[in-house]
Write a protein that binds this ligand. Structure first.
Ligand code: PRP
Ligand code: URA
Length: 213
């Protein structure tokens, strides 16, 4: 992965790039699309969690006692932004099966593109957990900024945001509003179009994951 700016990383792994190409293809059907989102989330999660703190515990191997590292502190919190972020949860859970899962419900107004929050339930104590927010699409950044603001209002501190595709506009908006949040983007695309869709993007992620529309 490469550092694009402070706290912003873009994935470079060939497997991630390959799978993103398959996601973009308009001929990729719902079943395949869902599987790809899950796999990309797992590969991105592997990179994003490479700095999790460790602590040593004593165990006994069949040969002798030794000190060996385990993940320190509270279990992780995965917080998908509904709906599309849900598609990434199982991928992260494959890495950290004991993680807690919260939910933030947001939708973009189709005309104004402004985000609206309709649900928020987070695992407590949220302030003691590393929080992985998932949303495949970071377009204008409005949903991401509001979701992170909400998580911080509930006490969230150590936040990692995983987006499969990011537009430069959304990356800047999230970084300017929350410079402390670590942002991991699968691929940084060119721009937004007049409907605030990412170009070339992959279309409507929620609709493609859930087979709606
Ligand atoms: C999509 C996407 C993000 C948001 C990104 O969700 O999953 O949450 O748009 O756009 P933004 O960066 O301009 O805010 P959408 O509102 O379409 O809801 P859905 O996931 O329920 O389909
Ligand atoms: N939401 C999506 O699902 N796709 C985009 O391109 C922008 C927002």
């Amino acid at each position: 992965m490469k550092k694009v700016m402070d706290n912003v990383y873009e994935m470079e792994h060939p497997l991630i790039q390959h799978k993103i190409t398959m996601l973009r293809d308009k001929n990729t059907g719902t079943n395949e699309f869902r599987k790809m989102v899950e796999e990309i989330a797992m590969l991105m999660g592997f990179e994003a969690l490479s700095d999790l703190p460790l602590t040593e515990v004593e165990i006994e191997t069949p040969i002798e006692k030794c000190m060996s590292p385990v993940i320190a502190g509270r279990k992780l919190a995965i917080v998908p932004i509904l709906r599309a972020g849900l598609g990434m949860v199982s991928g992260i859970l494959a890495l950290t099966p004991t993680a807690k899962v919260g939910h933030i419900g947001m939708y973009r107004d189709e005309v104004t593109h402004e985000p609206h929050e309709y649900y928020c339930k987070l695992p407590s104590p949220i302030e003691e957990r590393t929080i992985v927010v998932t949303d495949p699409m970071l377009a204008t950044g409005g949903s991401a900024v509001d979701a992170v603001t909400q998580i911080k209002r509930h006490g969230g501190k150590r936040i990692k945001f995983l987006a499969i595709i990011g537009a430069p506009e959304g990356i800047k908006k999230l970084h300017d509003a929350h410079p402390d949040v670590e942002l991991y983007v699968g691929h940084i695309d060119r721009c937004l179009n007049e409907n605030a869709y990412i170009c070339p993007g992959l279309g409507d992620a929620g609709d493609r994951i859930f087979g709606t529309k």
